[in-house]
Write a protein that binds this ligand. Structure first.
Ligand SMILES: [Zn+2]
Ligand SMILES: [Zn+2]
Length: 328
């Protein structure tokens, strides 16, 4: 595996140099769990189409799918990403815990590990040290094909664990978040089993439990996984780059609804702490809307809403780009 095509990052001005980037290879248990969670939901998704005509899909499944997809999706986008990783706002303690739990429901890793990986991604984005750059094998067609696979999900299988002590010391020291980290395996079990239990009780049938397990657990987990992973792969290759970021991050509009606004990834890399990623006209950003609602209820404060002059300074062609939602 060659990483020579990636640039060597500049000396890290913030991180304590004495601490290594990674803390060794991931344990075998995690690797096995990873294979199970990647292959089983994906196989389920492929089987979904004929299954739909076979023994159907009911409204309970649809409602459970939307609820659990939303909990995980907002938990990742608002909780793990904009709040815990980038500190785009301050939250009341109960909401901080709730967001960490909600993000765990997506089954993308415990809060602290997710944050450590993602902060490392920002610090070294598209350079050597980035845990998942699609450009690591070069810019040829074959190199990019391999790179897209690697950044989408391959990196999860070959990864070295990002060092939590180096990249997320704030969360390591946080008792509430550490508790959620420890509870993570139980949250995984709950995330898989709860839709089936509710589906079974709501329809009072085993078949109801099974179809809820299928749609609201397996298919839901697979879809959210691939949406998140597409931000790491597709959104560093294809799409627009209206803002100046030092990496290859893009805005890729087709993922706006499924990713709740995480797809406006070019702006995000240009201005990582900004609470809103979709700042241009027409860019739907449901994560930003939820933060806005939390702010109205007084549950969050110090929200880093976009600032017009700051954004204009980062635009590649300010005269040709229209800012839409830039005040909140
Ligand atoms: Zn990125
Ligand atoms: Zn980020």
């Amino acid at each position: 595996m060659s990483t020579a095509v990636l640039e060597t990052p500049p000396a890290d001005p913030t991180g304590p140099v004495s601490k290594p980037l990674t803390t060794g290879r991931q344990p075998a248990g995690i690797l096995i769990a990873l294979w199970l969670f990647v292959t089983i939901p994906f196989a389920a998704m492929i089987a979904a189409v004929p299954a739909m005509w076979g023994w159907g899909l009911n409204w309970v499944d649809v409602v459970l799918f939307v609820i659990f997809y939303s909990i995980g999706g907002f938990g990742i986008g608002v909780g793990f990403h904009r709040y815990l990783t980038h500190g785009s706002f301050k939250a009341k303690r109960w909401l901080r815990v709730a967001l960490a739990v909600a993000g765990s429901v997506a089954i993308e890793g415990s809060p602290t590990q997710w944050v450590a990986d993602h902060r490392r991604h920002h610090q070294f984005s598209d350079m050597e040290g980035d845990p998942h750059s699609p450009w690591r094998y070069g810019e040829t067609l074959w190199g990019l094909t391999k790179g897209l696979w690697y950044s989408h999900m391959g990196w999860l299988f070959y990864r070295e664990m990002s060092n939590q002590e180096r990249f997320a010391p704030d969360l390591v020291a946080d008792k509430d978040i550490s508790r959620v980290d420890k509870l993570f395996p139980w949250l995984v079990v709950t995330s898989v089993a709860l839709p089936a239990v509710i589906g079974g009780l709501a329809t009072w049938s085993w078949q109801g439990a099974l179809s809820a397990l299928f749609w609201a657990s397996l298919v839901r987990i697979a879809l959210l996984h691939h949406t998140t992973w597409s931000i790491n792969s597709v959104c560093h290759v294809y799409g627009e780059r209206p803002f100046d970021s030092r990496d290859k991050a893009t805005n890729f509009w087709p993922l706006a609804i499924l990713s709740f606004g995480e797809n406006w990834h070019n702006l995000h890399h240009a201005d990582p702490t900004c609470a809103r990623h979709g700042v241009l006209r027409g860019q739907i950003d449901m994560n930003a809307r939820l933060i806005w609602i939390f702010e109205k209820f007084g549950w969050v404060s110090n929200v880093r809403w976009p600032k017009l002059d700051r954004l204009q300074g980062k635009m590649v062609e300010p005269e040709r780009t229209t800012l839409g939602n830039a005040t909140r």
